[in-house]
Design a protein around this ligand. Sequence first.
Ligand SMILES: Cc1cc2nc3c(=O)[nH]c(=O)nc-3n(C[C@H](O)[C@H](O)[C@H](O)COP(=O)(O)OP(=O)(O)OC[C@H]3O[C@@H](n4cnc5c(N)ncnc54)[C@H](O)[C@@H]3O)c2cc1C
Length: 143
Amino acid sequence: MGMAFSDVIMTDSDKHITIADKQDRPGGHWNHSYPFVRLHQPSSFYGVNSRDLGSNNIDVTSWNEGLYELASGTEVVTYFDTVMRQQFIPSGRMQYFPMSEYLGDGKIRSLVSGAEHTLEVSQKTIDASYMNIAVPSMRKPPS
Ligand SMILES: Cc1cc2nc3c(=O)[nH]c(=O)nc-3n(C[C@H](O)[C@H](O)[C@H](O)COP(=O)(O)OP(=O)(O)OC[C@H]3O[C@@H](n4cnc5c(N)ncnc54)[C@H](O)[C@@H]3O)c2cc1C
């Protein structure tokens, strides 16, 4: 969601954005999904506005036969990584801090070194962690 939000802001304005994310690469919880998990909906409905996910193919085999393709977790993570590295960062308007935890009040902490750093926020701070998603591999099995 943070990536989709940033994409709209970067497309429709000349604003600069800083993303701090605990993950070591873009893609959020998809970095932890089991490999057999795919999107539940056609790839073309998912991702950021400015770039298509998938090729709008119709599956010709298996249980999704005759329906639009559903991206795998690997495709989703690769897609968001591509958006970050080929669009956001080269624009010169994105600062990206992976493996960095947002602590509040503009402070981030590196999960590698533990060093804390205060960001200069000129306009708004957006909390994109509201959904607080945990896929099964991120937590203990329920008792
Ligand atoms: C298995 C599965 C399949 C799904 N399939 C679909 C689908 O087909 N279609 C659909 O529309 N939706 C689907 N969803 C819903 C999906 O979760 C959302 O579409 C979307 O990916 C959620 O994005 P998010 O940014 O809210 O969460 P996340 O992807 O979890 O991203 C949140 C990010 O915030 C980071 N973060 C959290 N706290 C902090 C902090 N303090 N400091 C720094 N970083 C922090 C996390 O590390 C993470 O990278 C699926 C969900 C699951 C679990």
